[in-house]
Design a protein around this ligand. Structure first.
Ligand code: C5P
Length: 222
């Protein structure tokens, strides 16, 4: 299959952080830059796929040749956009850093300082996008990401099973790798195997990831 390993495939990729609004000027976010997800989307285009990119708030140019880009802000919006786009997809790659919690209420007015008193925010858990997809009877080949600060292999393999994924791409956060860095290193896990992709530019890493996704798809679904 070589360079065009995803020709004829419909692929959905999520990328970037989510922002959970607290009031009109504040939000809860995270440090995802979206670079890895955008590189994955570009690599899928290069491999011949029809690619829909669901992007959280990032400042990145749309990769050339994309079928569709959907910009969202919150985890709930990303959940809805991905589920809609993934209905007819062959592969979903969840590279977004989705916020786990959102404020129970979004204040219509800017919250005021409380002069020494504490401020309590009540948070509700967001739905898990990957788990929602894997719960559906017919669902795309599911690839998750696991950014961990410690015990990477254990947590990644746990997420592979709990979320019902076909593959998980795990990376250690810290030491100049992961968020906001141009390079990354990944270990891919699937039910009965794994492979290490050593440190390299995210664009090249994305190309290697896409080749492995195509390989595993053919091994399990074709
Ligand atoms: O459990 P954790 O958030 O570390 O898992 C990361 C993986 O799960 C990523 O692929 C991320 O896109 C996905 N995820 C999701 N929906 C959530 C939270 C995370 O699909 N609400």
């Amino acid at each position: 299959f070589g360079d065009r390993c995803l020709a004829g495939f419909k692929v959905v990729v999520s990328a970037g952080p989510t922002y959970e609004d607290i009031d009109p000027v504040r939000f809860i976010g995270n440090r995802s830059s979206g670079q890895m997800g955008f590189a994955v989307a570009a690599a899928a285009v290069a491999a011949g796929a029809e690619v829909t990119l669901v992007a959280g708030p990032v400042s990145l140019a749309t990769p050339a040749g994309l079928h569709r880009r959907v910009d969202v802000r919150s985890a709930a919006q990303m959940h809805a956009a991905v589920l809609e786009a993934a209905t007819h997809a062959d592969v979903y790659i969840g590279a977004a850093a989705v916020g786990d919690y959102r404020p129970q209420e979004v204040s219509a007015q800017k919250l005021k300082k409380r002069d020494g008193g504490e401020l309590v925010l009540h948070l509700d858990e967001n739905p898990d996008i990957l788990a929602s997809l894997s719960a559906q009877t017919a669902h795309p080949f599911l690839v998750g990401f696991a950014a961990e600060t410690h015990d990477v292999a254990t947590y990644a393999q746990g997420k592979l099973r709990h979320k019902g994924l076909d593959m998980i791409a795990a990376n250690q956060v810290g030491g100049g790798l992961g968020f906001e860095a141009a390079d990354n290193a990944l270990t891919l896990y699937w039910a009965d195997g794994s492979v290490e992709l050593p440190r390299v530019a995210k664009t090249e890493l994305a190309r290697q990831l896409i080749a492995r996704v195509a390989e595993r798809y053919r091994a399990t679904r074709a």
